[in-house]
Design a protein. Structure first.
Length: 583
């Protein structure tokens, strides 16, 4: 894009933004303000703040944080947030009667997210926002209402992205390396760039309509869901992609029994393809890319989290999903609800027959997770371990548990300071998607199989081209550590991150040579969250040094002394949230 055209796009965008904000502010002056129903999965500031409250022993310890979004009405009624203006009730929020709210109407917080990438895409966990170079903006807001057992939440999301071109996968590799790269692109739906022009999308966002009774609700939703205890990533579902339309039966709070507390969700959804080729290089796409199907995919999933009565603070659970192209799906119970099928392919039937999932063209993912809350130490530890392919028998699973696996580990710890409401927070997480050493045993040479979130028949566990779970890239690994000073909703901190990009491709296509080394991003980020009355700012500025970017060599590199080509970039993001309430 020429510079003049680029500046024109930005000016038009800024003018439209000013008009929108002036209209929104005028509207807010004229209305009575209220309280929302749920906090979106992965929501900045609030989800983290609620989780800290549980670490401090000020929130019901049976809430697992393994199935999100969190139902705010349940937490609000416990009055655990009287010290935060956003969560104050009565005079401030006005629209809800405590504990007897059979009907209400309220306005949801307005949220605007502005992001910028200098020369290459970086960042994930941002819902409908896309991998982008240049500026990108997301806006959301809406209303929530309840009438006895009927719950309605309307929270659409609008995204605009500059979507500039950038130096992506290069055109200087041999055909054998290109085939290895397209091996993963042909088993997934992960485009480098979403089209060749600026990007616009308006969707239903975090909307739903449900019927509630006791601790349960049933209905239809387009909300992002998050399964598992992760703080930065999740193996199955996170907030990395746009929310997808689904029918849901789920708990709204822990269902307490004589065995302990249970939370769960069962979904039936629809996933869409991206419609884009993977590389920005048309010649390579024409030669190596296997065109995507334009068919939508049926998704069936279940998640269960259990807190044993005898071990306070311990949460255990599992997730299971199946997806299948609609043209391959029949009307049988097995195709509508494959989550209730057996976990192995053979040996569990009287006739000795196996379940031929491959002939059905179904793709399964399973994960188990655990979280241990230690309120006396103001800390938590957690894990999630997933497997993408069915084991043939129970014995094969026991002997070969690392086949087609991914996992994450993390912790969160608060250190109290000698000042009211002030803490040092240290939290960290590692996510591993790269294939294990099992690739040497199960496959010939260094080729390996397919990566987490890919499948040879059902192309990628994605929605509109973005992974539903981990958003760091196919076969990639990441380690993140954050150290912050916490003062209520305010946060000042730093984050260190190491991202090893597309390791499965590297070892498949380049792993038998020493000249080109893995592409690894090392980044340092600064975090700043601050509340001014009804406004909240949550921001991050990251500086990324991409070592051996796109596995390229420096022009000064020689055969005797190979040197990788590095690329420095900047990622900046700011969430501005307006907290709607009555004075």
């Amino acid at each position: 894009m020429r510079r003049a055209d680029n500046e024109k796009v930005i000016m038009n965008y800024m003018v439209n933004q000013r008009r929108f904000y002036l209209g929104a502010l005028l509207y807010l002056v004229l209305i009575n303000l209220g309280w929302g129903q749920t906090t979106p999965a992965g929501s900045p500031v609030f989800e983290e703040a609620i989780r800290r409250k549980q670490l401090l022993g000020e929130l019901d310890s049976t809430v697992s944080f393994n199935i999100r979004p969190i139902q705010l009405r349940f937490l609000y009624n416990q009055e655990v947030y009287a010290d935060y203006q956003y969560f104050e009730g009565g005079d401030k929020l006005g629209a809800i009667e405590r504990k007897t709210d059979k009907k209400y109407f309220s306005y949801l917080p307005l949220r605007n997210t502005l992001a910028y990438n200098s020369v290459r895409p970086y960042g994930w966990g941002d819902g409908p926002m896309i991998p982008n170079v240049g500026f990108q903006n997301k806006f959301s807001g809406g209303v929530a209402a309840k009438f006895h057992f009927i719950n309605i939440q309307l929270m659409p999301e609008w995204v605009w992205a500059q979507n500039n071109d950038f130096d992506g996968y290069p055109n200087n590799f041999s055909n054998s390396v290109n085939k290895a790269r397209y091996w993963f692109w042909n088993y997934g739906d992960h485009p480098e760039r979403f089209g060749e022009k600026s990007y616009n999308r308006l969707g239903w966002g975090q909307s739903k309509i449900t019927l509630g009774y006791g601790a349960f609700e049933i209905g239809a939703s387009t909300e992002n869901i998050w399964w598992g205890p992760g703080q930065f990533n999740a193996l199955i579902f996170s907030n990395n992609a746009p929310g997808f339309p689904h029918l849901t039966l789920n708990t709204t709070r822990p269902a307490k029994t004589f065995l302990g507390s249970f939370e769960g969700q069962l979904i039936m959804g629809r996933l869409e393809p991206s419609g884009h080729a993977p590389s920005q290089l048309k010649a390579l796409n024409d030669q190596f890319f296997r065109p995507l199907s334009d068919d939508w995919r049926y998704l069936n999933g279940i998640s269960v989290s259990y807190q044993p009565k005898w071990v306070p603070g311990l949460f255990l659970g599992f997730n299971r999903t199946f997806q299948q192209y609609s043209e391959d799906k029949s009307d049988s119970f097995e195709d509508w609800f494959p989550i209730f099928e057996v976990f192995t392919k053979s040996g569990l039937f009287e006739d000795g027959n196996s379940v031929d999932y491959d002939s059905r063209a179904q793709d399964q993912q399973v994960s188990v997770f655990g979280r241990y809350l230690i309120t006396k130490a103001n800390a938590e530890i957690y894990f999630e371990y997933g497997r993408r392919d069915h084991a043939y028998t129970d014995r094969e699973f026991v002997l070969n548990p690392e086949h087609a696996r991914a996992y994450l580990l993390g912790f969160n710890k608060l250190f109290e300071l000698p000042y009211p409401n002030k803490y040092v927070q240290i939290r960290a997480e590692m996510t591993q998607q790269q294939e294990s050493v099992n690739r040497y045993i199960r496959y010939g040479g260094l080729d390996g199989g397919t990566s987490w979130g890919t499948h040879y028949q059902v192309r990628g566990f994605t929605h509109y081209g973005q992974p539903l779970g981990v958003g760091i890239g196919t076969g990639s690994n990441v380690q993140t550590i954050e150290v912050s000073l916490i003062d209520k909703l305010n946060k000042y901190g730093i984050v260190l991150e190491r991202l090893a990009n597309h390791q499965d491709f590297y070892y498949r296509g380049l792993g038998q040579q020493e000249e080109r080394q893995p592409w690894v991003d090392l980044s340092l980020g600064f975090l700043f969250d601050y509340q001014w009355d009804r406004f909240l700012l949550s921001s991050c500025l990251q500086m990324i040094n991409g070592l051996n970017y796109q596995w390229q060599l420096d022009p000064a590199s020689t055969e005797e002394f190979p040197v990788g080509k590095d690329k420095f970039s900047v990622f900046a993001q700011a969430h501005l949230i307006y907290l709607i309430g009555k004075k």
